[in-house]
Design a protein around this ligand. Structure first.
Ligand code: ATP
Ligand code: MG
Length: 364
């Protein structure tokens, strides 16, 4: 049963993951370096990104956000499950189609310092995708297009001849965004795109992304551990924990009426910009660190830190199910009814199998 579909049948899906897994092998030290386990960075993700929306992806460090974003763009190969882009299976593309995917789906990186080549001018950086994809004919056309792109991201086209070191962090990130837009993509993954910027500049870049998304009809996956930024920019929010989406829905519902204890804990860590409210608000403090993705707890993977843990949690791996009152609001939590895959079924012989098969049908 596909609950995602049942809850919101009308939406136009651009990018979709089903049972997506990215497991990194942990190799032994012996001669053959056989796999002795796996880091389950992405571990059975079902997620739809709707055309024209900004979907925020949040979760603590190491929970698999970047790996998921990379797998959606096929920058890392999945070890299981499927990703489709505009209906096309991206795990099975020939070279021509892969190049077309690279044009239509791109990435805005975290660190504008590291992601720009210091020896190339802004014009060279921004026009590179135009050349790779054969999009702007001669030199004059390319220069004109670079100028348009710079204006689009709020830079003076006159800076085209300058080098990255001549810019501030915020300006560099604008150059990175201009480059990402050069191929006229439909889909952008912004992975911690504002995390390395000064706080005063973060809001400007956030507003720029919001404006571009609306103006160009882009679909954005905004990956961040900063829940207040995510709340500000997103139409919907997906919450990730240890390789799995544990709550997803309209931003107002997930941020205003969270249904999974993990989401509540993440939200309670966000300061409220009002001294009295800030003093009186309830805080959910999570015990301990995130368990290792190489040793995911049985059943509900959040149970070792959950303040509301009860009997079924170690025994049944919870599936996403409709929660709250907003359509499309889903959470994987037994507090809303025990729905999921019993551990006995899941673990049947799992210890002897290669890592990839261990969680094959969980929650689907
Ligand atoms: N190439 C790799 N080989 C082995 N393990 C990896 C690799 N890439 C990521 N991991 C591991 O996978 C897990 C998820 O990492 P990922 O970078 O996706 O998390 P994240 O949510 O983006 O974290 P952050 O908020 O710190 O950016 C981590 O345990 C990480 O160490
Ligand atoms: Mg990351």
């Amino acid at each position: 049963m596909d609950l995602t579909k049942r809850a919101e049948p009308e939406r136009d899906v651009l990018v979709s993951a089903r049972g997506l897994e990215v497991h990194f092998p942990i190799r032994g030290s012996g001669f053959r370096r056989r796999p002795i386990g796996a880091v389950r960075a992405v571990d059975g993700v079902d997620l739809d990104v709707y055309r024209g929306e900004t979907l925020g992806l949040v979760g603590e460090s190491g929970c698999g956000k970047s790996t998921l974003g990379n797998a959606l763009l096929r920058l890392v190969p999945p070890t299981g499950g499927r990703v489709t882009f505009d209906g096309i299976d991206v795990t099975a593309l020939d070279r021509r189609r892969l190049r077309e995917l690279r044009r239509r789906a791109g990435m805005v990186f975290q660190d504008p310092f590291a992601s720009l080549d210091p020896r190339r001018t802004v014009a060279q950086t921004v026009s590179e995708p135009l050349e790779v994809h054969g999009l702007a004919g001669d030199r004059r056309e390319r220069a004109a297009r670079v100028g348009e792109l710079l204006e689009l991201v709020g830079l003076d086209p006159a800076v085209a001849g300058r080098y990255p070191h001549e810019f501030s962090g915020g300006q560099r990130q604008r150059v990175g965004i201009a480059r990402a837009l050069a191929g006229e993509p439909d889909f952008l993954v912004c992975d911690e795109a504002i995390a390395s910027l000064d706080v005063s500049v973060q809001a400007q870049v956030l507003n720029l992304l919001r404006r571009l998304q609306r103006q160009l009809g882009l679909t954005l996956l905004f990956v961040s551990h900063d829940l207040s930024a995510v709340r500000h920019i997103s139409d919907r929010i997906a919450v990730m924990y240890l390789g799995r989406i544990v709550e997803v829905g309209p931003a107002a519902a997930v941020a205003g009426d969270p249904q999974m204890p993990y989401t509540r804990a993440l939200l309670s860590a966000v300061p409220v910009p009002h001294p009295e409210l800030e003093r009186s608000r309830q805080r959910v403090v999570l015990g301990g660190d995130v368990p290792s993705p190489a040793a995911v707890p049985s059943g509900c993977r959040f149970r070792t830190r959950c303040p509301d843990v009860f009997e079924p949690c170690p025994d049944v791996d919870p599936a996403l199910q409709p929660v709250g009152s907003a359509p499309g609001h889903l959470a994987a939590c037994h507090l809303h009814g025990v729905v999921g895959t019993p551990v006995a079924a899941e673990a049947d012989g799992a210890a002897d199998r290669p890592p990839r098969a261990a969680t094959g049908s969980a929650a689907r």
